[in-house]
Design a protein around this ligand. Structure first.
Ligand SMILES: NC(=O)c1ccc[n+]([C@@H]2O[C@H](COP(=O)([O-])OP(=O)(O)OC[C@H]3O[C@@H](n4cnc5c(N)ncnc54)[C@H](O)[C@@H]3O)[C@@H](O)[C@H]2O)c1
Length: 663
C-alpha cells in the first residue's frame, strides 16, 4: 500500500550471496546519461533528488542500469494467500500474488535486479515501478484497468468489469529500432524492457513451467532415435542426453531427463546456478572435473541408470572431451541464453566466468569475438558427434542462428541449418498444430491440498476425453495423463502452488470449468489463476522457434500473436501482455500471453468458454491456412463441434503444375 515512501528508506547493502545480473554495457552518451537520470528521478519528489541523483548515477556507472536498489522492500518476497493482500479487487490481489511469486528469490534468476529468467527477462525495470504497481493494484477496483508500459505503470484508467484489469506491453518498439543495442540503450534510459515471455507478464512459475515441455521433447526425441534403430521407443534406459544450462528454464533439463528415463549431462558454467538447482533437487550430481565425470557417464550408461549429472564448467570443454573420448551421445541440445549472446547469455570457452564478465563490460568487441570463436568450436565438436549418429536439436535459444552468424559450420549447402529445431521436428507437428500447449494454473490459496485436488480433477477430465480421442492425438493424451499423474510425486513446485499441463482446447476448457465448479462448491478453497506460457499454439510468432514449422512464408509475420492478445483482451482475460523479444532475442519474436482469475462465478464460466476457445483455435486456424496437415485436421474437427466457427481453408496446389508454368 505504501507505494513510493515519503521518506527515503535506508540504503540496502549489496548482498553478495544473491545471484546478480551481470554488469550491462556502458552504452549511453553523456547526454543520454543525463536523460536516464532525469527519467529515473521522475518517480520521486524534488526534495530527494540531490541524494538520489548521486546514487542513481553510481548505479548506472557500476551496473549499466538504474535498479533503485534502495527501494527494494524489506519484507520477504513470496506469494501470499490471496486473502492476505489488501485489495478492493480480488483479481488485482491475484495479480499481486503472481508478481511476488515471480520475484521470489527461489523463483527469480536475479531477484534484486528484477530479472526473472533468461538473463534479461525483466518484470520491472526498477523498484519504484514495483512499488507503484503494487499500490495501484491494492487500490484499484473492478472498473479500472492498469496500463503497463515495459514495467512502467502509466496509470489506472476507467473501464468495466469484463475488461482486463491489467494490459501489459513489453519492449514494443518501432521495428527499425529493434536491434540488440537498441534494447541496451532504451533499457538503460529506463523507457523499455525485455519481458522475455512469462517474466514480463507475471506468469513464470519456476522451472516446472518448462519441465513438461522439455520432458515431451526429450522423450519424443529419444523415441525417434530408438525407433530408427528398430527398438521400442519406450525402453529409454541408457540413452545419453547432453546439453547446457542450469539457469531459469534450462534448469528443467535434468529433471526432464529423469522423468524421460535417460542419463543426462548438463554443463553449467556458473557454480551458483548449478548449486541452486542441486540444492532444489533438480539435478542429482555436480561434477567439477571432467576426468571424474567421464567415467561416471560411462558407468551410468552401462548400468542404464536414470540419473542427471551436471558438469560445472564450460559446455564447449564438455563437448570436445566427449568427442575425443568417442562416447556415443544419443541426443544433444543447448540451452545457454544465446538469445542474449553479448550480455551474459553465453560464456566463451577459455575464460573463467569472472574474466568473461569483466571483458563483457570493459571490452565488448573483444568479448563478442570470443563468443563467436567459442561457438565455432562448439559446433565443430557437435558436428563430430553428429557424424557418429547423435541427434542434435536447437532448443529455441537461437543456437543455430547465432552459430551461423558466428561463421560456424552449421549450414547445409542449400543454406538450411544442419539441425532441426525442436519445434520443427516435435513440438510443432505433434503438439502445437493440434492445439496442445503449455496451459497452467496457480492456486491462490497457496495450499498444496488445493493443488492436489486440481491435479485429481485434471486427471479425471483428461481420462474422460482420452476415452473417445481420435487416434491422431491418443499418444499425446497418454503422455499428458502420465505427466499429471506423476506431477505430485515429482515435487515440481518451486514458489507458488502451480501446475503446468500440455492440453488442447477441449482439455483446457473442460479442466478450467471443472476447477470453477470446485471453487463454487468450496471444494477448492480460493480462486485459481489460469494462464499459459507464451510458447504456445497461438501466442508466439517466432520464425526460428514457435513458428519454425510454418512453411508458407508467413513465419516472419506477427499477425497471429497480435491478434491473439487483442482477442483474449475482449473475451475475458484478467490480464494480457504482448512482447517484443522472448526466448530467441529482441527483434526476433513477438509473443503474448494472458492470465485469468476464476472465482467460481458464472462470469468465470463464460470467460473460460469464450476466451480459451479463441486463445487456442486462432493459432490452429493460422497453422491450417499454412497447409499444416495436423492443424487442418484439428480445425475441421473443431468446426464440426462448433457451428459458429467458420475458418477459411486452403486448397492445395500441385507443385509440378506450378513449376511447369514458371519454366
Ligand atoms: N523453447 C523452450 O521451451 C525453451 C525452454 C527453455 C529455454 N529456452 C531458451 O533457452 C535459453 C536458456 O534459458 P534460461 O531461462 O535457462 O536462461 P538462463 O540465462 O537462466 O540460463 C542459461 C544458463 O547457461 C549458462 N551458460 C552460458 N554459457 C555457458 C557455457 N558456455 N557453458 C556452460 N553454461 C553456460 C549460464 O550460466 C546460465 O546459467 C534461453 O535462450 C531460452 O529462451 C527455450
Amino acid at each position: 500500500m505504501q507505494g513510493i515512501p515519503a521518506e527515503l528508506p535506508e540504503v540496502k547493502p549489496y548482498d553478495p550471496d544473491i545471484n546478480h545480473a551481470p554488469k550491462r554495457k556502458d552504452i549511453l552518451t553523456q547526454e543520454e546519461k543525463v536523460l536516464a537520470l532525469k527519467n529515473a528521478l521522475r518517480y520521486f519528489p524534488e526534495r530527494h533528488h540531490a541524494v538520489l541523483a548521486r546514487e542513481f548515477a553510481e548505479e548506472l556507472h557500476k551496473y549499466g542500469r538504474i535498479y533503485m536498489y534502495r527501494f527494494r522492500p524489506s519484507y520477504e518476497m513470496y506469494a501470499r494467500p490471496i486473502d492476505e493482500y489488501p485489495a478492493k479487487s480480488r483479481q488485482a490481489a491475484a495479480i499481486m500474488a503472481m508478481i511476488q511469486n515471480n520475484l521470489d528469490p527461489r523463483v527469480a534468476q536475479h531477484p534484486h535486479e528484477l530479472i526473472i529468467y533468461g538473463g534479461n527477462g525483466a518484470i520491472f525495470q526498477n523498484w519504484a515501478q514495483y512499488r507503484l504497481v503494487m499500490q495501484y493494484l491494492a487500490t484499484m477496483t473492478d472498473e479500472q484497468t492498469l496500463v503497463m508500459y515495459s514495467g512502467h505503470p502509466l496509470g489506472l484508467f476507467p473501464s468495466h468489469k469484463d475488461a482486463p484489469r491489467v494490459i501489459v506491453t513489453n519492449g514494443m518498439v518501432i521495428p527499425n529500432y529493434s536491434k540488440p543495442d537498441d534494447w541496451e540503450r532504451f533499457n538503460a534510459l529506463g523507457v523499455s524492457q525485455y519481458g522475455q515471455m512469462t517474466a514480463g507478464s507475471y506468469m513464470y512459475i519456476g522451472p516446472q513451467g518448462i519441465v513438461h515441455g522439455t520432458t515431451i521433447t526429450v522423450m519424443n526425441a529419444a523415441r525417434k532415435q530408438l525407433r530408427k534403430r528398430g527398438l521400442s521407443g519406450d525402453d529409454r534406459g541408457g540413452v545419453l542426453f547432453v546439453t547446457a544450462g542450469l539457469g531459469g528454464m534450462s534448469g528443467a533439463q535434468p529433471k526432464a531427463g529423469n522423468i524421460a528415463g535417460v542419463v543426462s549431462v548438463t554443463a553449467e558454467i556458473n557454480p551458483k546456478a548449478a548449486e541452486k538447482r542441486h540444492a532444489q533437487g533438480w539435478v542429482d550430481e555436480l561434477h567439477y572435473d571432467l576426468n571424474e565425470l567421464i567415467p561416471r557417464i560411462r558407468k551410468a550408461i552401462a548400468a542404464k541408470e536414470v540419473v542427471s549429472l551436471a558438469y560445472v564448467g564450460n559446455v564447449v570443454d564438455l563437448w570436445e572431451r566427449l568427442a575425443d573420448e568417442d562416447i556415443h551421445v544419443d541426443l544433444g541440445s543447448d540451452q545457454t541464453s544465446l538469445h542474449n549472446p553479448w550480455a551474459g547469455g553465453y560464456y566463451p570457452v577459455g575464460y573463467s566466468l569472472e574474466e568473461s564478465k569483466k571483458m563483457m563490460a570493459e571490452e565488448p568487441e573483444r568479448f563478442k569475438e570470443a563468443v563467436q570463436a567459442s561457438l565455432r568450436r562448439h559446433v565443430a565438436a557437435i558436428n563430430r558427434l553428429a557424424a557418429k549418429g547423435m541427434y542434435f536439436f536447437d532448443y529455441g535459444n537461437a543456437f543455430l542462428l547465432e552459430s551461423s552468424r558466428a561463421g560456424a559450420d552449421i549450414l547445409l549447402p542449400d543454406g538450411r541449418f544442419r539441425y532441426p529445431s525442436y519445434v520443427q521436428d516435435i513440438m510443432g507437428p505433434m503438439y502445437f498444430d493440434y492445439g496442445f500447449g503449455p496451459f497452467r494454473w496457480v492456486c491462490m490459496s497457496e495450499k498444496p491440498e488445493d493443488l492436489a485436488k486440481s491435479d485429481a480433477l485434471a486427471i479425471k477430465v483428461l481420462g474422460e476425453i482420452a476415452a473417445t480421442a481420435p487416434e491422431e492425438i491418443a499418444g499425446q493424451m497418454r503422455d499428458n495423463i502420465h505427466w499429471i499423474e506423476e506431477a505430485g510425486r515429482n515435487h515440481l513446485v518451486v514458489g507458488s502452488q502451480a501446475r503446468i499441463l500440455y492440453a488442447d482446447c477441449e482439455g483446457r476448457t473442460k479442466i478450467a470449468l471443472a476447477f470453477n465448479e470446485a471453487i463454487r462448491k468450496g471444494e477448492i478453497t480460493a480462486p485459481i489463476v489460469l494462464g499459459r506460457d507464451h510458447h504456445d499454439v497461438s501466442g508466439t510468432d517466432s520464425p526460428f522457434r514457435e513458428t519454425s514449422n510454418i512453411y508458407d512464408g508467413s513465419q516472419f509475420t506477427a499477425d497471429m500473436a497480435v491478434q491473439n492478445v487483442i482477442g483474449d483482451g475482449f473475451r475475458g482475460a484478467t490480464w494480457v501482455s504482448i512482447h517484443n523479444g522472448g526466448g530467441v532475442g529482441w527483434g526476433e519474436v513477438i509473443n503474448g500471453g494472458f492470465g485469468m482469475v476464476i472465482d467460481g462465478s458464472q462470469d468465470s464460466d463464460r470467460h473460460i468458454r469464450e476466451m480459451l476457445f479463441w486463445d487456442v483455435n486462432n493459432g490452429i486456424a493460422r497453422r491450417s491456412w499454412a497447409r499444416n496437415e495436423a492443424a487442418r485436421f484439428a480445425i475441421e474437427r473443431e468446426m464440426a463441434r462448433t457451428p459458429e466457427l467458420k475458418v477459411t481453408l486452403p486448397h492445395l496446389a500441385d507443385e509440378e503444375l506450378i513449376k511447369s508454368v514458371l519454366k
